[in-house]
Design a protein around this ligand. Sequence first.
Ligand SMILES: [Zn+2]
Length: 275
Amino acid sequence: MTPHGDTGPDPATTGAEHPAEIPPGQPPEGAPGVAEQEAPNERPGPALAVFAHPDDAEIAAGGTLARWAKEGREVHLLVLTNGDRGSDDPAQDREELARIRLVETQVAADYMGLAGIRILPNHDGELQNDHAVRREVARRIREVRPTTVLTCDPTAWFFGNQYFNHADHRTAGAATLDGVFPGAGNPHFFEELVAEGLQPWSVREVWLAWTTEPNQYQDITGFMDAKIQALARHESQVRGGLLGFFEQWLPTEAEENGRKIGVAHAEAFRVLNLG
Ligand SMILES: [Zn+2]
């Protein structure tokens, strides 16, 4: 979780990887174009979550993914890096860490009821929005054929005055959006995938987590425990009191979001309806 290698046991004072370490800033009340509403949750069909690091999905959207799975949606997770810099221990073998994090991700996904995971072998901290990454996003989209793709907002740089977003998070959001369009739905993009039998697929909607411009709130009441327990499965990332921090901070964040729509707990998203 801490690819900068400078994070101590107190997440509030360190350069940690995730915006969840510091509460994201909210747009001003009544900001133009910002409509606060409960997510309609009307779209059936599979969903594909795409994030940069193995534990991002739980922190950013674990309640939503667990809820969708519980409601019967087929939910898949694609992780774009192997998380091999998520340790402050200089003696930690990075290849071993990547193997540990693969197992943790599978266990956490099982806890949330996800249908499947895939982790790409890209190194933590080196994610690029290049053709190869976009192709793997498009490949998974054409395989899963999701109605909904959920990723993080690539435009979110600053969360308040205490945190700026990890480059891998911004890049993951950008590569995923570019994989959705133009990409997965166009037969002239990634023609090599068509040759493999993976036909173009048009995604109907995109949900962007870790956003500073939320326009929908997903009720996750009843799924707060699943979010935290799934995160706890990333044992290599929640040592040194970090789990306790998340156990305090994530419900507080979810309660603040829940108040926007009058529920106990919610997660915030910028939702794009593509048709
Ligand atoms: Zn991350």
